[in-house]
Design a binder for this molecule. Sequence first.
Ligand code: ATP
Length: 231
Amino acid sequence: MESYIVETRALKKYYQLGTNVVKALDGVDFRVKDQEFVSIIGKSGSGKSTLLHMIGGLDVPTEGEVYIDGKNLAKMNREQLAVFRRRKIGFIFQNYNLVPDLNLYENVTLPIELDGDCVDREFIDEILNLLKLQEKKEALPNTLSGGQQQRAAIARAIASKPSMILADEPTGNLDTASSHDVLGLLKAVAGRFKQTVVLITHDQDIAQLSDRIVHIEDGRIMRGSDAYAGK
Ligand SMILES: Nc1ncnc2c1ncn2[C@@H]1O[C@H](COP(=O)(O)OP(=O)(O)OP(=O)(O)O)[C@@H](O)[C@H]1O
């Protein structure tokens, strides 16, 4: 049987708003193979972020299960889930989330330091080289361009050597040229370090850079858009 690094089964997330129920996810079976680069594409409000949050263990489903590397997230306690998130997953968000008082290098190594781990300086240098940030190591975030800040956020996500990168609209604040630049680099770096990438976008051009595109609409994966569906 094929094994997947990500597998959701009949995943549902409902929000009760007054007398209304918002079905953010309504029965999602989503699978990702190890080292795949998958884009999830869909309109605003279709459920993309909700799905990514469930995969990353940032939120709990109303029904259904999430398996990462064959492990059911619902079976983990808080502590195990926190360790799982830190070790396995690198998150990249649209607004970079860099710490303004720390320079680029310090931002990139912060999660490793917080985890009490040793910083692998050679590895960090290699990442910064690949992301074309070597010259900017000492720079504070507010002196960097949007593209540079997002590349710094990518470096930070990769620095702790997670097996999977979850990226929520990482190019949402960038112009077209920078978006392609950043995405191309993310793809190259993830390939180099054998990382799986799940990326959310509403931009068809960006999605084209991935190995596979999954369409989501009204909390459901559209028929035929998941290449593994029915297998
Ligand atoms: N905490 C919440 N409480 C109530 N409704 C929510 C909550 N979070 C999300 N929703 C609703 O769930 C649906 C899916 O939201 P989600 O953020 O996953 O969409 P999205 O596809 O990521 O949208 P966008 O592209 O605008 O970020 C939307 O209708 C949203 O309003």
